[in-house]
Unconditional design. Structure first.
Length: 88
């Protein structure tokens, strides 16, 4: 069975900030974020999943994560992807 990777966008229910990451297990990763296992997101708990996208390889998902975090176009896309799932 081929391993799959997922890009995810979380939104803090505390301050509405968005967080982008990747994993091979979204359910586990969301639990880790909400239990404070990630230093960068611990103060913004709790989170909800607002977007996910599947990738066949780790390289592709890492490139997309970098794009969303490090480019102006990616930042705008991140907000739009989250907005699609949150509504206006």
């Amino acid at each position: 069975m081929e391993k799959k990777y997922y890009l995810y966008i979380l939104q803090s229910e505390k301050d509405k900030m968005l967080y982008v990451g990747h994993t091979d297990n979204i359910e586990r990763r969301l639990i880790e974020h909400n239990n404070g296992f990630s230093k960068s997101t611990k103060p913004r708990r709790p989170f909800r999943l607002v977007y996910q996208e599947e990738f066949p390889d780790k390289s592709g998902v890492a490139k997309k994560e970098w794009y969303l975090k490090n480019t102006a176009e990616g930042s705008a896309l991140k907000k739009n992807l989250a907005k699609l799932n949150l509504g206006p």
